[in-house]
Design a protein. Sequence first.
Lengths: 202, 173
Amino acid sequence: VDLPVKDVETAPGISEEEILRLVGLAQEGSADAFGRLFELLSPKLHQHAFFLTGDSNNAVDLLQETMIEVWKHLRRFDGRARLLTWICSIMAHRHYDWIRRWRVRATAVINPHAAESYAPSPEETVEQAETTRLLRECLDDLPAKQRTVVYLRFYAGESLEGIAAIAQCSVGTVKSRLFHGLERLARMRKLKEFHLHSGARR
Amino acid sequence: MKQDCERFLEELATSASAAAELSNEAAAHVRNCARCRAKIPELKAVAYVHRAAAAKLAEPKRRLGRPQLEGALANTHWATRDFGVPWRAVLAGAAVVVLIISGAFAHRIFQRRVDRAAQAEREQGRRQAVQEAFEPTMLALHHEVEGGRELLLAGTAGVGMRPYRLKDAASEP
């Protein structure tokens, strides 16, 4: 079954034009416009931060660091990709720095009580939480560039052209990274086991 | 055959990630290539799993509030803010200026050395000329009396002592 890539809305009910207007004001230095942008994007950004870290506390830290980074470099945003994707790419890089710095799984070491805070919410079943953890681990095992492309493509729902604009490379390079990322993921034992288990459950 | 596969890798990835159709050329290749035929379902399975997970990302329990973020931003040093200065261009310009200045400086030093060397060479030549002119004279200077005339004779000591008339002493006051 083929699922289309989810067309991720930057913020439900808010047009991209309105977001770009706020970006323009924030680029001029309006902290209020930046705060408003954060409020609009907050639900999606929290989800992404939580997906990357697998822990509520780390998600908040990651999001805060990311937003500070965004505030510092907002002038570099040129609108060739969506704002949400641009912020997600910064978040993914920052998270990758965390992983590189500690050389361990973020959930296991950054917060020793991660397992507790990772207890699935009522909406998130145990099985879903386990799947998410597995997929996150697989993504973390990819080389940084492939990981960013796979993450932005599937989780942020960005177009190949948008990813190319963010990564400052050609669309061909993005496609190549996507292919090698997917191929590497397909070879991962963990993911194969997951396919077997999910197949057995079905 | 493998080279053919390489040509269609990108298209296979795009097709798997976007559930898009393959081009006629790629589809024809896949029909004849067992390797690529096997690769497509693999890639699609991985893409499917990630798309499905992306469709239901969970919410964290803790959240970052706007006041908390604004507090953090207020503590961010203003100097770290990117004010849109094109640093790359500025650095490139600075590098060019440094190169030009150091080039000019190096050229000046080189020119000075060349001038000094030329001057030293000229000086050496002049000294040598003076030496050559006077040394033999000093070495072989003697006088003779010939026909009632006193002659001052000079010759090169090492070159066969061929005397030549340097000065007629009688003609001197």
